[in-house]
Design a protein around this ligand. Structure first.
Ligand SMILES: [Zn+2]
Length: 607
């Protein structure tokens, strides 16, 4: 195979550009009706066919059989002109410019001057295809604007860009002079279908799972899919099977991802290092690995929510089905959210192995919140000393939900019967999340204030000191105790206070939980319920409490007690929600399955 597939199978007609049919049909119609615009702006991710479609347009405009009613606006694809443009051979009438390397004003002036030359023949069109158009400078756009205002006859500009918003910023007036088309990201099923057709033509057999792997690796780019297929074909003979794809592209076997899920589920944080070292030895690209693992987590999320994950092999689907009880949807979403946040930093980092290890260790520890939920649910469910009044966690008051402690912990997080235990989990999750962003989060800052407290005036002592608010620098970095560890040690702390003879305080502590730790070592304790006796008892033992905590966590400086917010849904909740949704918005845009999943979870958050 001497010719690269991407080149060999480059579309010759609008009909060939199947995925972008909405754009292709419009352009074809414009040509058939002789209503071609002077300038087009083609927007969309890389590899989705923008330049290809621009070339087909150029072919159609200059086709020797143009106007032939049987073509209906399509180029014939076979005449000398079509052939020349299609093959990219130099054509007087089609000029391709890469704005990334020609972005200055001089180029634009040159362009303007050249545009003044008429097409090479009376019946021909001159087509300028400007790729990466967002790279043009403001000055260059100004120069171009003059042409676009008074376009020479039979000159067509086609601007292609992945970042139309940059053009809007640099040259807003241009946008009103171009006809804009937005190209769709190409989904894996479309890519796979195209690969099937191409390989059938090439008379190469291909396993569907193998093609799905290539489609996934191509990440929405048809061009990439075809060149990845070239790579696979270059390595070995015969049919394309998963093993061959994996080897050629350095992909990770699905089994590895499944094994990693098990490792995380079983909290084997210590095994992460051996796992990652093995990947490194195998020469696995960590960036690809991160993407691949994200896909598997997403697929598991779909399975967990009762959906069908797109684009995973039959075998992986079965493996995921077997594991759908293992993770709560919320945990999977958290993992995805963390992975997505890491991604931009990850690509640029010289410490990918370290980042990957840290993330996976986090995942392995993350799930503990679910176990903790189970534990707390047991405590709050009435087993501890007949305390069966509904205990209100600091955030459960927002929902005032009735309790149904009998439900299995992991699968109930979307049920309306959320118990205080899961609210603890929300508190811890928030704290955990805040700690990872290493930046003050407005949501925390506002939430820590006992919001307006319409029902009761918070005694001054219960309001967290300003220092305790919004300080969300990673506590691990600063040597302050880790919140998860604090929570795990909590029973010992309570026992210590009790042993010191502070019985009331110990009981109060049993009704409190560490909710936040800041970099200065200030520990915020959240009381389950507003109880003045407990509050006073805790105020009175603060010094003892600090010294007890220091037995395990020498970094502790201060203890702040927080009481539940008023029973009305506080407006601060909105802020919290906004922060959450902002971070999830990225994920949402990425795929519809996840979008639906988040909708399901949003119901939970808002109920
Ligand atoms: Zn032709």
């Amino acid at each position: 195979m001497s010719l690269a597939l991407a080149r060999k199978y480059r579309p010759r007609t609008f009909a060939d550009v199947a995925v972008q049919s909405h754009v292709a049909a419009t352009l074809k119609g414009a040509i058939a009706l002789g209503r071609v615009a002077h300038a087009y702006l083609l927007c969309g991710p890389r590899g989705v066919g923008k330049t290809t479609l621009a070339r087909v347009l150029a072919m159609a405009l200059n086709c020797e059989r143009r106007g032939d009613p049987s073509l209906g606006g399509e180029p014939c694809g076979e005449c000398a002109s079509c052939q020349r443009i299609w093959s990219g051979a130099s054509s007087l009438d089609v000029v391709e410019i890469d704005a990334a390397s020609n972005r200055g004003v001089d180029d634009a002036r040159e362009l303007r001057e050249r545009a003044m030359y008429a097409p090479s023949g009376d019946d021909r069109y001159k087509v300028y295809i400007v790729d990466e158009a967002h790279m043009l400078t403001r000055e260059a756009w100004n120069a171009l604007l003059k042409i676009l205002e008074e376009p020479p006859p039979r000159v067509v500009f086609v601007f292609a860009t992945t970042e139309p918003q940059k053009i809007a910023q640099a040259a807003a007036p241009v946008l009103s002079r171009v006809q804009r088309f937005d190209f769709k990201r190409i989904g894996a099923p479309d890519i796979r279908a195209r690969l099937e057709r191409v390989l059938r033509e090439e008379q190469v057999e291909a396993d569907p799972d193998a093609l799905a792997m290539i489609a996934r690796a191509a990440d929405g780019s048809m061009r990439d899919a075809l060149s990845l297929t070239d790579q696979v074909l270059a390595m070995g003979e015969g049919a394309i099977v998963p093993e061959r794809v994996r080897e050629a592209l350095g992909l990770v076997a699905e089994d590895e991802f499944i094994a990693l899920l098990d490792l995380v589920a079983e909290h084997r944080a210590g095994d992460v290092f051996a796992f990652v070292a093995r990947l490194a030895d195998a020469g696995i690209d960590f960036g690809q690995f991160l993407t691949g693992f994200g896909d598997v987590v997403r697929a598991l999320l779909a399975v967990t929510l009762g959906g069908t994950p797109p684009e995973v092999s039959e075998r992986a689907r079965e493996a995921l089905e077997q594991r759908k009880q293992v993770f709560a949807a919320g945990d999977l979403l958290r993992m995805l959210s963390i992975a997505t946040e890491l991604e931009p930093r990850f690509r640029k980092s010289g410490q990918q192995q370290l980042l990957l290890e840290a993330m996976l260790v986090r995942f392995a520890l993350l799930d503990r919140t679910v176990s903790l939920e189970t534990v707390l649910r047991g405590l709050g469910g009435g087993s501890s000393g007949g305390d069966d009044e509904p205990t209100a966690g600091p955030s459960s008051v927002r929902r005032a939900a009735p309790t149904a402690p009998a439900l299995p912990a992991r699968k109930t997080e979307r049920a309306p019967s959320d118990t205080p235990a899961s609210d603890w989990r929300a508190v811890i999750r928030d704290a955990d999340r805040a700690a990872t962003t290493a930046a003050p989060s407005p949501a925390r800052a506002t939430r820590d204030v006992p919001a307006a407290a319409p029902a009761r005036a918070a005694p001054p002592s219960t309001a967290p000191a300003p220092a305790a608010r919004g300080e969300t620098v990673s506590s691990a970095l600063a040597g302050a105790p880790d919140l998860n560890q604090l929570v795990e040690r909590w029973d010992d702390v309570v026992a210590g206070v009790r042993a010191a003879g502070k019985t009331v305080a110990a009981t109060a502590l049993e009704h409190a939980m560490p909710a936040a730790v800041n970099a200065r070592g200030d520990v915020t304790l959240a009381l389950e319920e507003a109880n003045p006796i407990y509050e006073q008892a805790l105020e009175a033992v603060k010094p003892e409490l600090v010294s007890t905590l220091r037995r395990w966590f020498p970094g502790v400086q201060r203890v702040v007690v927080r009481v539940p917010e008023g029973s009305a849904s506080p407006p601060t909740r909105l802020t919290d929600e906004m922060v959450r949704s902002e971070r999830i918005a990225v994920l949402r845009r990425k795929d519809p399955v996840l979008d639906a999943a988040i909708d399901a979870l949003d119901l939970d958050l808002a109920d």
